[in-house]
Design a protein around this ligand. Structure first.
Ligand code: GLY
Ligand code: MN
Ligand code: MN
Length: 436
């Protein structure tokens, strides 16, 4: 295996959290993702359904989990279904989990072959009061492609139309947002690799390199450290490109005098890291670039301090907006009097800072969580303010990942360079080495 999974004890803890939130008599079913086709006989790399992965650690297709805490027979209270292995499958695709390995990984004693899932549901559903089905309730989910889960949910609801169906998603959003210690460590592992990639990029970058070459440096560092690659499509945008928020073509030359915005992070063991750094192509910021950079950095540092248990994300985003407003006035981008008279529904700072400051981070880069409840200890967030000035061909964002803690946020990026002086010194060191 490329990565060290979490312990069986942690997956047990995750399932216990789900169980505790279920109503009496509930039976929950979770499904893996499909292997998605491309064309002809091509497939995309398999990406496990995050909820099933969170509850079991199983990273294989054709996997299902039943949680039925009030089942009459204790053996039926937790059943894992994995794809049946055979010599043929082992030769073509490599070994799949045996039942014994599946138990060791997940801590689930009762492991069955996937082909028996339907018969087991037929046997158990008459005993269940409600059927818990899962669905993607992410605020920004795209619904165009039917997932395996949606397909199998439809079939189950058609077959058992009189069972009251309950939603697993709100429970999953709640329990996944409060990370267990091993999850935080796995996110830190991902961040450490991303940090190595950033140091490599600082050594590599100089005028004339292509944005995709910087992406390639990161990809190389990710793969050689046991990551399966980028946790999301990387953004490497130099000059004006940094002002295009979802710029992913990464196909321009990095020019002397420009700043490059680099938003990339690896996955490790299924967990995402999410970093943004903005660096000068030639190794030295101009005074203006430095001023804008330090304005963003001050907002980031102050915003981080606001992420204390009990904070509402709405209030937090408003306060960060005020911090940004002050900085934009200082930079001469906003007029103080105009700000004093602005429509509070349409604050002027949004012209230069048009995205949110923080999102939940975990198995998904834009992880699930409850946006309307106060934040709690052990939630992991990004902090990513930015200032984008297209007329100056300058976009700067700085993004770290933090853990909410009662004594103040824990910065998981503390070893990743972020100060102007550190970045310039590391880039100057690389230039000196290249000349020697
Ligand atoms: N890389 C995606 C984000 O920063 O939210
Ligand atoms: Mn982010
Ligand atoms: Mn990012």
């Amino acid at each position: 295996m490329r990565y060290k999974p979490l312990s069986a004890a942690t997956y047990r803890e995750h399932r216990a959290r789900f169980r505790q939130a279920m109503e009496k008599g509930g039976l929950a079913v979770f499904h893996s993702n499909d292997i998605m086709p491309t064309s002809a006989d091509g497939t995309m790399p398999f990406h496990q359904a995050a909820d099933l992965f969170y509850l079991t650690g199983v990273d294989q297709e054709e996997t299902a989990l039943i949680i039925f805490p009030d089942a009459f027979d204790p053996k039926d209270r937790e059943i894992l279904f994995v794809r049946e292995t055979s010599e043929l499958i082992a030769i073509w695709e490599g070994a799949k989990l045996s039942k014994k390995e599946a138990t060791e990984l997940t801590g689930i004693a009762n492991v069955q072959w996937y082909g028996t899932l339907d018969a087991t549901l037929k046997r158990l559903l008459p005993e269940a009061a409600h059927l818990y089905l899962n669905s993607n309730e992410h605020l920004r989910q795209s619904n165009e492609v039917e997932t395996r889960e949606q397909r199998l949910n439809k079939a189950l609801m058609a077959r058992y139309p009189l069972h009251g169906v309950k939603r697993s998603a709100p429970i999953m959003h709640r329990i996944r947002s409060r990370k267990t210690q091993e999850e935080i460590q796995q996110i830190q592992n991902a961040i450490n690799i991303t940090g190595k990639a950033f140091r490599r990029i600082l050594q590599f970058t100089k005028p004339g390199v292509m944005e995709y070459e910087i992406e390639a440096e990161a990809t190389h560092e990710f793969l050689r450290n046991g990551s399966r690659g980028h946790a999301y499509t990387p953004i490497v945008g130099s000059g004006y490109n940094a002002c295009v928020l979802h710029y992913i073509t990464n196909d321009s030359e990095c020019k002397d005098g420009d700043v490059i915005l680099i938003d990339l992070g690896c996955e490790y063991g299924g967990y995402a890291s999410d970093m943004t750094r903005s660096i000068p192509v030639n190794g030295t910021f101009t005074p203006r670039q430095r001023d804008v950079y330090n304005a963003v950095l001050r907002v980031q540092k102050e915003a981080t301090k606001l992420l204390m248990p009990g904070t509402y994300l709405n209030d937090y985003h408003k306060k960060v907006g005020e911090l940004m407003e002050k900085e934009l006035i200082g930079l001469g981008l906003l007029d103080k009097d105009a700000v004093a008279q602005q429509d509070p529904e349409k604050p002027l700072y949004k012209k230069y800072f048009m995205h949110g400051t923080s999102h939940f981070l975990g198995l998904d880069v834009h992880d699930v969580g409850l946006w309307t409840e106060p934040i709690e200890e052990n939630m992991v967030f990004t902090v990513e303010p930015g200032i984008y000035i297209p007329e100056e061909k300058l976009g700067i964002r700085i993004e770290n990942n933090i853990v909410v803690h009662k004594d103040g946020p824990i910065d998981l990026f503390k070893d990743i360079p972020r100060e102007v002086e550190e970045i310039e010194a590391l880039m100057a060191g690389a230039r000196k080495k290249a000349k020697a």
